[in-house]
Design a protein. Structure first.
Lengths: 470, 470
């Protein structure tokens, strides 16, 4: 048996053991996802800069297409076409938000063991006070375009386009296109299309209707994705291929304070302002990126204008839209406007993660609104948006359409705006006069290094063991 | 001071200490060779196969452009655009030729320390019985297109296009375009253009006239090369650039038993026979490679026909020539025929390393001849060739033109032909029915991995520490 097959089998058996109570068998998914011959067509790469803590260690792994930045320890994993960004890893002496007086005794490190991450983004703004030095993903299978954001996981299965955000999961199944940010979860199954945020002070919950979800993100028997959003991504896949075919690319012209990643696609009449971050595997076409705006990994900004300090979170898709100052477009949101159905979003709006706007006529959302769910026409705004002022007045709970919010609205808004400020800061949007550097400034000089797997022999498809230090 | 500058300074001071007796200062050479800004334009690469013993370890090094295959340990070195081929490294239990009953206690490993190898080829068919497990090059500066072939060196300076072959050198200077294969050398300075082979049984010596050498390979004050051969190589440099610009290349069509390295340039009407090896950084244009022939690293075969089992050693250049069966064209030989001045070399000829044939009219060398020195016209053949039959009759010594041979001619021919057979075998020329695999069969499935230096910070131009194991 090839060692790559042995790796698949080990991942299957470990994750299945964790998910036994759900009678969930990961074998069909893994065997469909890991096409062994195809693995030889890919190469993995990792980024090196003088500003990120360097330590990579890969052993008995298939790390095809991966992008690593910052300390990472991968053992017996298949990290197929993932981006593992360790650029917010904490250093020795730093404290994490939830445990301010316990400084880290050594640099934080990402550790991924017996896992399969399939086109999954892992981003490392971690928060788990139990293991501040280790960002662990163990025995976890994460399928197409899922996001693991600052989360510790063990023995989980994440469906396509699922997001787990700033939390810990143990032996959980997260359905396709679900977003969870609920602190900690044990032995839970999250239904597909659930958007759930829970803190000690408030809770936000929304669930997509099955018929709508099925149209946008569905899965087949083996948990392979289908639907409008998957098709949107898949048909643009080849745009990225040419970036991987050449070694050196003429960089796209941008101000000195902005970073356009070498693995981003930039097309048409695109304009980049100051302090802009365009991350790897993002696609911009006829896009105007205002000062301090960003397009994070796997995001798309097409025929659209983003005013200043807008955030396009990982996997956000903005098409034929005008987005006002300081808007947030959350994870995997799909703002699918058309030439005759433009989407206008006012200043200071918060588009919740996993929101779908798919209008057949122009649509306009006023300033300072919270937006969620599924919007097809102006009529839907009544049940899928609320002004922040009104939300701030909520003391106990409010139910609007399929959405239920409980807790203090003002606290929710305060926490959210706080986080947005942190995101802008981390991404370099507030860089001024040498102060407040962020990714837009620090990610300009990345050296990309390439690793290929064994082409023959028992290790065919696996990568050699590599350890990289400064 | 940058760490790259510190690396240069260390190399200079160590090599200068070794060469003090010659009052030789390497500083001007090193400072000219290591253009720190240019170092950022390059990337290094190394090859991985399932058939070569894998262990790389680079620390505090600049390894731009290097190509490694097989176990290699590099520490505080600048290996700029070198090919370090460890594909004939011995394994634990193997014996070396000069010590048949002392098997290696562990796998042989290349170790390079405090050295600067500038576009130098290191090839690992080693033979030093004192350190069979370590192929060491320590405190050595080797300039443009020099060849280190199976040699252990310490504190040496090799000039451009110099070759040291199957021997040990300690604190030596080898002049430009000199070839030495003399077992062991201590504290010696070899004049430019010396071709010197010495064994217990025979000695071959030839020295180029200064006026001729100056025209073909000269050096300036800082030991940077100039001349016809350097110009020939330099003007073809850009042909290789496109190979480094793309990730995947359509492979050139060749029989299954032959290997065309992905970093070789193949142009025009080129035909590849069975069991042919075309190594990295070789260039073929309108070339016919007969069954079992090879074009080794840095060799050129242009508008030429090589019949079966011909060897083009490292750096050999064959232009407008017809080379008969089982000919050997030695290191750095320059067979510079023209459309109206074709060079015809008969079967079984031995073109000695560092031979220059530069005719203005057609020239023909009969079968089974030894060829050396500088040939411009048919008249020169009388003083620069001898038939192997005649050479075999020599018992004591013979002087022909500038060449002196002493010892038994028959032994010399026997040893030489034996080595050629070994070279054919190692390169896979004799592969048949699954038996006698060599490089032509084993080098077909190389994964090329790419490393880039730090682009900013104190380590700018240096590479991270990397350790790669199976």
């Amino acid at each position: 048996m090839s060692q790559l097959q042995r790796l698949s089998d080990r991942i299957i058996s470990r994750v299945n053991a964790n998910l036994q109570e759900f009678e969930f068998d990961t074998e069909p998914f893994v065997n469909n996802a890991l096409d062994h011959e195809k693995m030889l067509d890919f190469y993995a790469f990792y980024g090196i800069t003088s500003r990120h803590p360097l330590y990579f260690h890969f052993t008995n792994s298939n790390i095809a297409g991966s992008y690593f930045l910052g300390k990472c320890h991968v053992r017996r994993s298949a990290i197929y076409k993932s981006d593992v960004r360790g650029d917010e890893l904490k250093r020795k002496g730093d404290c994490i938000k939830s445990a301010k007086n316990i400084p880290l005794v050594e640099d934080e490190m990402i550790s991924i063991l017996d896992s399969l991450l399939y086109k999954t983004l892992v981003h490392s703004n971690s928060h788990n006070p139990e293991s501040p030095e280790a960002f662990i993903i163990r025995n976890t299978i994460s399928s197409h375009y899922a996001n693991i954001h600052g989360s510790t996981l063990e023995g989980c299965f994440l469906g396509p386009f699922a997001t787990v955000d700033l939390m810990n999961l143990h032996s959980c199944i997260v359905g396709e296109f679900s977003y969870v940010q609920v602190g900690e979860l044990f032995h839970r199954k999250i239904d597909p299309g659930t958007v759930w945020i829970k803190s000690p002070h408030f809770e936000f919950k929304y669930k997509f209707k099955k018929s709508i979800l099925d149209n946008f993100v569905g899965v087949n028997d083996t948990y392979q994705p289908r639907g409008v959003i998957y098709d949107f991504v898949r048909t643009r896949d080849q745009e990225f291929e040419r970036l991987f075919e050449v070694m050196h690319l003429e960089p796209f012209e941008a101000p000195d304070s902005s970073a356009i990643n070498r693995y981003a696609v930039i097309k048409g009449k695109t304009r980049i302002g100051e302090n802009v971050l365009v991350a790897q595997r993002s696609l911009l076409e006829n896009a105007t990126m205002g000062d301090g705006s960003n397009a994070q990994e796997n995001s798309y900004v097409i025929d659209s204008v983003l005013e200043g300090n807008c955030i396009t979170a990982h996997g956000g898709k903005i098409i034929n839209a005008d987005v006002g100052q300081e808007c947030f477009v959350g994870f995997n949101s799909f703002l699918n406007g058309g030439p005759d159905a433009r989407i206008k979003i006012g200043e200071g709006c918060i588009v919740m993660p996993h929101t779908i706007i798919n209008p057949s006529m122009p649509i306009e959302i006023p300033n300072e609104h919270l937006i969620w769910g599924y919007i097809e026409s102006p009529e839907d705004l009544a049940t899928q948006t609320i002004s922040l002022d009104k939300l701030a007045e909520v003391r106990e709970s409010v139910t609007i359409g399929q959405m239920t919010f409980s807790g203090k609205g003002s606290v929710f808004i305060h926490v959210f705006k706080d986080r947005l400020k942190h995101i802008l800061l981390a991404n370099g949007a507030l860089y001024n006069d040498g102060e407040d550097r962020g990714h837009a400034q620090d990610d300009q000089n990345i050296s990309f290094n390439i690793i290929q797997p064994y082409r023959t022999g028992a290790r065919k498809g696996l990568y050699p063991s590599i350890r990289i230090k400064p």
